[in-house]
Design a protein around this ligand. Structure first.
Ligand code: PDD
Length: 285
């Protein structure tokens, strides 16, 4: 059966899900997106994703066309209609389609809201056992990376470079420090057992999974430090991992072809992954 998508108030077969060529998401990347994981047909940490959505649209003065409560209803309805057990719901809101291509905000134009789902067994993904290799690239992005904008060309190029190199993620570097992954937050576990991840700010996206993992680690009295770190520090670390809605907690076993520790996912990464999965299942809606 063909997948069902949501476009501006209607549930339609994916092949019929269309927006105008004048849509500002298409012309200017004038839009915001969110990706929430689905486990056993339920949304994971969705309140956090919807809170970030509200913040992102607020930062670009874009009014959501629906309340976040209604958006969650639509997400759930889409999961149901697609009979989705495990995967993701993608949602995007743009400033809509005007009659031409004026850069300034249009007046009386309704924002576009679209959603679709994809299937992925996040829990049993093979990379969860093996870990992933990462490469490093310069961070070419704009100065407001805290906004989850659909302007992702720098990440597209970074992740294409990773794909060509046979790596699972690209870590972006600025001023000698890791900002974040192309679509993930970066962590290291130092030799003295401190979990380090870059502090939130305009240089990175405030990851929902990052936020949950930091809180879960602190609840368990694990030491967490929020500060920038270098690749040299990551290569000298006990463990390295990334977090995102579509990976949860995922070990990194090499950086630019150099092994991290023994080149296998470490015990802290595995433990945090288990803790996160437990949290995800317990709070799914
Ligand atoms: N990406 N940093 C960047 C640049 C991201 O694009 C993402 C998420 C994250 C992790 O955030 P979260 O834990 O809220 O998923 C960090 C999504 C999954 C994507 O673009 O597919």
């Amino acid at each position: 059966m063909e997948q069902i998508a949501y476009v501006n108030g209607s549930f339609v077969p994916l092949s019929e899900a269309k927006v105008s060529i004048l849509d500002r998401g298409f012309l200017f990347a004038d839009g915001i997106y969110e990706v929430a994981a689905v486990l056993d047909g339920k949304l994971i940490d969705n309140a956090s994703h919807l809170a970030r959505l509200e913040r992102s649209v607020g930062e670009i003065e874009l009014a959501l066309p629906e309340t976040t409560a209604r958006i969650e209803e639509i997400q759930k309805e889409l999961v149901k209609r697609n009979n989705l057990a495990n995967g993701m719901v993608y949602l995007e809101v743009t400033r809509g389609a005007d009659t031409g291509r004026d850069f300034a905000f249009p007046k009386n134009v309704k924002p576009t809201l679209i959603m679709f789902t994809s299937t992925k067994d996040i829990i049993n993904a093979p990379s969860a056992k093996t870990g992933i290799n990462v490469i490093t690239v310069p961070d070419l992005r704009w100065a407001r990376r805290d906004i989850k904008s659909v302007a992702l060309l720098a990440q597209v190029l970074a992740k294409q470079a990773a794909a060509v190199a046979g790596a699972g993620e690209a870590w972006m570097i600025e001023d000698g420090k890791v900002t974040e992954g192309g679509s993930s937050s970066c962590f290291i576990l130092t030799q003295d057992d401190v979990i380090v991840t870059r502090q939130n700010g305009s240089e990175i996206l405030p990851g929902c999974t990052r936020k949950a993992v930091v809180a879960l680690a602190e609840e368990r009295q694990l030491r967490v430090e929020e500060r920038a770190f270098s690749i040299e520090e990551a290569l000298a670390a006990k463990e390295v991992f990334v977090t995102s809605a579509s990976l949860f907690v995922q070990a990194v076993v090499s950086i630019d072809g150099k092994k991290v520790a023994d080149g296998k996912p470490g015990p802290m990464t595995n433990r945090l992954r288990e803790i996160y999965v437990e949290f995800a299942k317990a709070t799914a809606v």
